[in-house]
Design a protein around this ligand. Structure first.
Ligand code: G1P
Length: 270
């Protein structure tokens, strides 16, 4: 079945960005002139997705206003808003999108992470459509970083396209328990049965309903793959990551790059 819908969880409080996030949602912070969330919606469009479900909270009405703006300015993209008013975890957030998603497979994109283009998502959708199983985006990181993430246990070798079968996975393992150095990044393409599994998941790491815990059940009973990302990725979940994303994108912007670079060189000159 074709993957046409994406879920983007946007209900977080953005505590690492206070005080700005008391009035402006973290997902709408500008990356030059675009809200970060717009870049994520554009990534979806580039991978053939034509329906985006934003999981917001009633404390963040600007997210629904953004959805309306996309509907008006991005022809062919349908936007829905679902609500998660309590921070019960990523799995719970995805579960809140169930009615809006319907019975189809769907993508999940965590908007803290900005990808250079749509190619990883497009490849993951292709793997899901070919195998009939869920797919997660992967990145290899230094071993000491893995306890902050979901970590997969690969079964077998990764192929030349970066695709690897996944035996199981664990959310935020200790260093000793981590099955590999391959972390799950914020890109998923999931089969629809995950909604029933989320309903059965008990609170896990951080006392939250973890998406990884539902995906582990999927991986135990059918095809499940990871795809290694080879594209540019910025984690804008903290102020330094947001700043480097802005600088990187400004340096690639044809109207800004030359004057910005000359200012930056002068500013950094000894
Ligand atoms: C979430 C997921 C985790 C994943 C990470 C990627 O964790 O639960 O499996 O590795 O996103 O950024 P969070 O960053 O919300 O703690």
């Amino acid at each position: 079945m074709r993957v046409r819908t994406a879920v983007i969880p946007c209900a977080g409080k953005g505590t690492r960005f206070q005080p700005i996030t008391r009035t402006v949602p973290k997902e709408l912070l500008p990356i030059v002139a675009k809200p970060a969330l717009q870049l994520v919606v554009e990534e979806c469009a580039g991978a053939g997705i034509d329906h985006v479900v934003l999981v917001s909270s009633h404390a963040k009405p600007a997210i629904a206003a953004f959805a309306l703006d996309v509907t008006e300015h991005m022809p062919g993209m349908r936007m829905s808003v679902a609500y998660q008013d309590e921070p019960l975890g990523l799995g719970h957030a995805v579960g809140c999108a169930r009615a809006a998603v319907g019975d189809e497979p769907f993508a999940v994109l965590l908007p803290d992470e900005l990808m250079g283009d749509s190619s990883l998502l497009a490849q993951m959708i292709d793997v899901c459509e070919r195998t009939g199983g869920s797919v997660v985006g992967l990145k290899q990181v230094p071993r000491e970083e893995v306890p902050a993430y979901g970590v997969i246990d690969p079964s077998g070798e990764m192929n030349a396209d970066g695709v690897v079968a996944v035996r199981t996975m664990v959310e935020k393992p200790s260093l000793a328990e981590a099955p590999s150095d391959l972390i799950i990044i914020g890109r998923y393409v999931l089969t629809n049965d995950v909604f029933d599994l989320i309903d059965q998941v008990q609170p896990g790491a951080k006392g939250e309903i973890q998406l990884t815990d539902a995906l582990r059940v999927q991986a135990a009973s059918g095809p499940f793959h990871g795809v290694l990302s080879r594209i540019q990725r910025h984690d804008t979940g903290n102020p330094l990551g947001w700043l480097t994303a802005v600088v990187d994108i400004a340096l690639d912007d044809p109207t800004l790059s030359a004057p910005f670079e000359s200012w930056l060189r002068e500013r950094l000159a000894p």
